[in-house]
Ligand binder design. Structure first.
Ligand code: SF4
Length: 219
């Protein structure tokens, strides 16, 4: 049966897409590099991680969360009180304002809980499509695929997608990822991009999916 054309799909055949996911699933534990112990801590960590490394966020939240890890505690801390904990993270001023505002809104609208719908998450300050997708996936087990710079690069290098924007890449990945891998696809691709298929020096000789990759560098 001829498969339906997916706009933005790359040249890699569907059978190879499936094999790539199977191979990544065999070697990658699908979990976030961010440290968190509750839905709220996860939301705050993901908001803080925009254009910053998970390592820098973990260093900050290791000191912040023992002091304030609930919406009420963050509101009480306020922007000025939060600033010293997150000053080492990029865009910290805007993030401090957003974290305090979103904490207040969680109390006002959701009884202090993190909501489980995209619309409610994206209505919070500092929460865009990517952040909402990460929270929906990790906290609520929804098969969303957040596309960051790693996922964008890996999907295109592998020929799964031939896309220029995260939105287009997300659509292709949702359409081309086998159902059995949808839940963890984000983590497979992001962790593969972070540790193996890196931007400047991809480790092709050590890559578990090199045999299907049109962009592999010969050793
Ligand atoms: S073979 Fe190289 S370019 Fe292809 S996915 Fe692996 S690390 Fe990336």
């Amino acid at each position: 049966m001829k498969r339906k054309a997916v706009p933005g799909a790359g040249p890699l055949p569907d059978a190879h897409v499936a094999r790539i996911y199977d191979a990544l699933a065999a070697v990658i534990e699908p979990k976030s590099d961010l440290a968190y112990a509750s839905h709220f801590e996860l939301l705050v960590a993901v908001v803080l991680s925009a254009q910053a490394t998970d390592k820098s966020v973990n260093a900050a939240t290791a000191k912040l969360f023992p002091v304030a890890n609930t919406p009420a505690a963050l509101v009480a801390l306020g922007e000025a009180g939060l600033a010293p904990y997150i000053r080492t993270i990029g865009l910290w001023r805007a993030k401090a304002a957003n974290v305090v505002k979103l904490s207040r809104l969680l109390i006002e609208r959701h009884g202090g809980a993190v909501p489980a719908t995209r619309a409610e998450l994206e209505a919070l300050p500092g929460v865009g499509r990517k952040t909402a997708s990460v929270v929906l996936n990790i906290a609520f087990g929804q098969p969303t695929i957040a596309v960051d710079t790693h996922v964008q690069r890996v999907a295109n290098r592998l020929g799964i997608a031939a896309t220029a924007t995260p939105e287009a890449t997300e659509q292709v990945l949702v359409a081309r990822t086998p159902a059995r891998h949808l839940l963890h696809a984000h983590h497979y691709l992001i962790l593969h991009g972070r540790y193996t298929c890196t931007a400047r020096a991809p480790r092709c000789p050590a890559c578990p999916v090199a045999r299907w990759c049109p962009a592999r560098a010969e050793a």
